[in-house]
Design a protein around this ligand. Sequence first.
Ligand code: LLP
Length: 416
Amino acid sequence: MHYFTIKDNRLWAEEVLVEDIVKEYGTPIYIYSARTLKRHYHAFDSAFYAIPHIICFSVKCNSNIHVLKTLKEEGAGADIVSGGELYRALRAEIDPQKIVFSGVGKQEHEIKEGLFADILMFNVESLDELMKINEIALSLNKKARISFRINPDVDPKTHPYISTGLKENKFGIDINDAIYAYKSAKELKGVEPIGIDCHIGSQLTEITPFLDALEKLKILYSELKEIGINIKYLDLGGGLGIQYKEEEPPHPKEFGEALSKSLTGYPLTLILEPGRVIAGNAGVLVTKVIYTKETENKNFLIVDAGMNDLIRPALYGSYHRISEVTPKGRPPKKYDVVGPICESGDFLAKDRELPEIHAGELLCVFSAGAYGFVMSSQYNSRPRAAEVMVSGDSFYLIRERETYRDLTYLEEKINF
Ligand code: LLP
């Protein structure tokens, strides 16, 4: 459920007319709904009421510090994968004791930053990384709390680019090598193994793969207990899917109930790293049609948002629902909605049936709150879009539109 709705032939974001936001800040523009973010956070969080848990919002999916702050105020922690994300999480005043640091390639300076911030734990992805964290912690006279990211070899049945828990993926430690990894960690003075972690993929629309992974982690938990390694946290990662088109992902309530049931009786705190399920449908991208163009085979809507603004359709062939911002009730027509970038892959939708649209009109691209702005670039020297937060009947800029100066700023520091 989100708060972007058509009422009286106008698109509203909560109690704000989307046209009014565009009048003030132009297009292309990302618009987020604070009420939706909060609603999604609470739906997820309350689903786990029966067991101890921490919800660490996955910063990679939407790292705007105002989005992070909104969620932090509702109680969220953060799942981070870089020093930059740690910086953002701390700027948003997220409690370091609710921050977990994942990622296959943590650099020395990033490990130090995590240790100085005293984050809850590092999700370690290789023995090499374990040694590095130990060495750095010892040099700083600290002890790093760690978990190992276990690759449980479970098929998440999602797009291959976003499936991460299969044997062939680069992520985590093979479950068969896990005991050895924990034993090695126990010998080291600079680390303390406190958790087991896994993340099997993103945009999952079934609960079974999560439960399968959880079963494997529970067995590992018991085996570790037998050899005197007491685990306190079980981190099951993120990955719960959302509806873009006709998917029917489980409701967080169903997800929470199933996991809580499976963990009853285990003295563990469950950590979850949801991203998309919180932010995905809490954001839209609004774009203006610059030209329409009809060829023998196709009708094109050429819009002012390109693959540099929203890369998901080009990269994964993802479907994003598109609607008019001010529905005119014209008869339907089939369109390719394309951006201004010089690549054939620059499209937001292909063969999409929409009401007839004219140049100058606004379109809304839905489900753009996760992996939208964060994956945008300046390709073709296009300044990045602005971001706006709506809350009730007010809206405010949370990231200014970039300018031409932002394109060359770092280059002009150097004489040429
Ligand atoms: N935790 C870890 C370790 C992850 O790698 C991810 C996502 C998450 C949590 C959050 O997953 P979520 O709840 O959002 O599914 N760019 C792709 C998605 C990449 C996901 C990467 N990892 C897309 O646009 O679909």
